[in-house]
Design a protein around this ligand. Structure first.
Ligand SMILES: [Zn+2]
Length: 475
């Protein structure tokens, strides 16, 4: 359904992602091109300039239709001259209508789209040199489907997760970090960016509330948001939300839960857990990275983390039993931790999912240890031991047969690995490392090798035996 621009329509897709820097030499084989035109020795800019995403969205609530004008200002922060810029489209071609795409260095672009989304490739007439800016403008619309999914609506609410195209991170060694979809877990990789989002609504219920990852400013009959240093901007809208807010920590971060009326007691418990875990993680990891936090009771299964906002399945609220021994409490503590490990410190969710998932799972233990010490043994049995987890922590989201072995290897063995490290190095060195890791990789994409190098440097200990026990590819 994507409209194509000019002759680019006939360009064949250059192959499956990930794209490598070499793939940008479109007209000549790499070796020939290199021989004719030696690559100039560029240096990367001194400072990282985050991409700017300006999104102006009009939601026709009754028609379930979202029209969006998107403006991206992308800076080449690498030491390479970029001749091709990929744009990841996380939206099914059955739902998306792209009406216009313009950019300031060319006219030719191609796309490769299917029901799970795809990729647009911008071919640049002039290479984007280190420090150069590229402006991209898109106009598109989404017919939001009636489904309990990340981008969908039900009678209760509408959730808008991964609702716009974005430029993925680029790395000198690996090229563009673009993964194939998988049902196993998240696979998209996001660069830390700044968002300026305006949401207009039409045909909306009188009691409409928007759950968003930043404080709202209401003017000109629209909601305006600024979110800095975030992986993505996601939101939800409903005429049925109840909302309750508490302030957390010394920064007095407003934490708001959006829930449905019949789950008031469970929602208040989740809010208390979110506030307590946010305050604990500020002590253990460092300052909370955003201005606010929203928790959204959702219709789609399980949970979903994002920057400054997360979603938890209605079923967890319904099964809340008034004690800390339940999934609602455990997963609230888990999702809050993703603000640090996913949001601030990014990672490749497809190739190295343990970097955020093991950290968020281990944060559950840290929360129970602090807030509910008498329930810690329950957590250990319920969360970890009953599954007798096996598998290697550095499994990708592609190599295990289904979700349970994936969780066992990446989340559960990952948490066991972190606990083994903590037992060897001691609490003080372990917590020092967590703070060092956050400070060193805030706004960046960290990799397993980075994690290990800093772990050994920060703790001053040789951890190769523990690493070899839990990981396949590192000794
Ligand atoms: Zn998680």
């Amino acid at each position: 359904m994507l409209a194509c621009g000019l002759a680019a329509c006939s360009l064949p897709y250059t192959g499956p992602p990930p794209l490598t820097p070499e793939a940008t030499s479109a007209t000549l084989p790499v070796s020939t091109a290199a021989a004719l035109t030696p690559t100039p020795a560029y240096t990367a800019p001194d400072t990282f300039t985050p991409s700017q995403y300006r999104l102006v969205a009009t939601l026709d609530f009754a028609a379930h239709y979202l029209a969006v004008s998107q403006y991206i200002t992308y800076t080449n922060n690498s030491a390479h001259a970029l001749e091709l810029i990929p744009i990841v489209v996380p939206i099914s071609d059955e739902l998306l209508t792209l009406t216009s795409l313009r950019y300031d260095r060319g006219l030719e672009w191609g796309s490769h789209m299917d029901a799970s989304g795809g990729l647009i490739e911008l071919f640049l007439a002039r290479p984007l040199l280190p420090g150069d800016e590229l402006q991209v403008e898109l106009e598109f619309a989404i017919a939001i489907p009636e489904r309990p999914v990340l981008l969908g609506w039900s009678a209760r609410q509408m959730t808008l997760i991964d609702w716009y195209p974005f430029i993925p991170p680029y790395e000198a060694a690996a090229g563009w970090l673009v993964n194939e979809p998988t049902q196993q877990g998240e696979y998209l990789v996001y660069e830390s960016a700044d968002f300026d989002v305006s949401i207009y609504t039409v045909n909306a219920p009188a009691l409409l509330q928007i759950a968003a990852p930043a404080p709202a400013e209401q003017r000109d009959r629209a909601y305006h948001y600024q979110l800095h240093g975030a992986r993505r901007f996601v939101w939800a809208a409903s005429g049925h939300y109840q909302a309750e807010t508490q302030l957390a920590g010394e920064q007095r971060i407003p934490v708001t839960i959006y829930y449905f009326e019949e789950e008031r007691a469970a929602a208040q418990a989740a809010l208390r857990t979110a506030v307590a875990s946010l305050e604990l993680y500020e002590n253990l990891f460092g300052p909370y990275p955003y201005e606010s936090l929203a928790i959204v009771e959702c219709i789609f299964p399980d949970g979903m983390e994002s920057d400054g906002i997360f979603f938890l399945d209605m079923g967890y609220f319904r099964r809340y039993d008034g004690t800390p021994r339940n999934l609602l409490t455990m997963l609230t503590a888990h999702e809050v931790a993703h603000s640090w490990w996913f949001g601030a410190v990014g990672n490749d969710a497809g190739q190295e999912p343990w970097l955020d998932e093991a950290m968020a799972t281990y944060a559950e233990l840290l929360y129970y240890e602090q807030a509910h010490p008498f329930d810690l043994d329950w957590w250990r049995e319920f969360r970890i031991e009953q599954w007798q987890p096996d598998g290697t922590v550095d499994s990708t989201a592609y190599e295990l047969p289904n979700f349970r072995p994936y969780v066992n290897a990446v989340y559960l063995r990952g948490a066991q690995f972190l606990h083994a490290v903590r037992q060897q190095v001691g609490d003080q060195a372990f917590y020092t490392f967590l703070k060092d890791y956050y400070a060193a990789y805030d706004q960046q994409v960290a990799h397993t090798a980075d994690f290990f190098a800093l772990l050994q440097l920060s703790t001053g200990q040789d951890l190769s035996e523990i690493i070899a026990e839990y990981f396949a590819d590192f000794e």
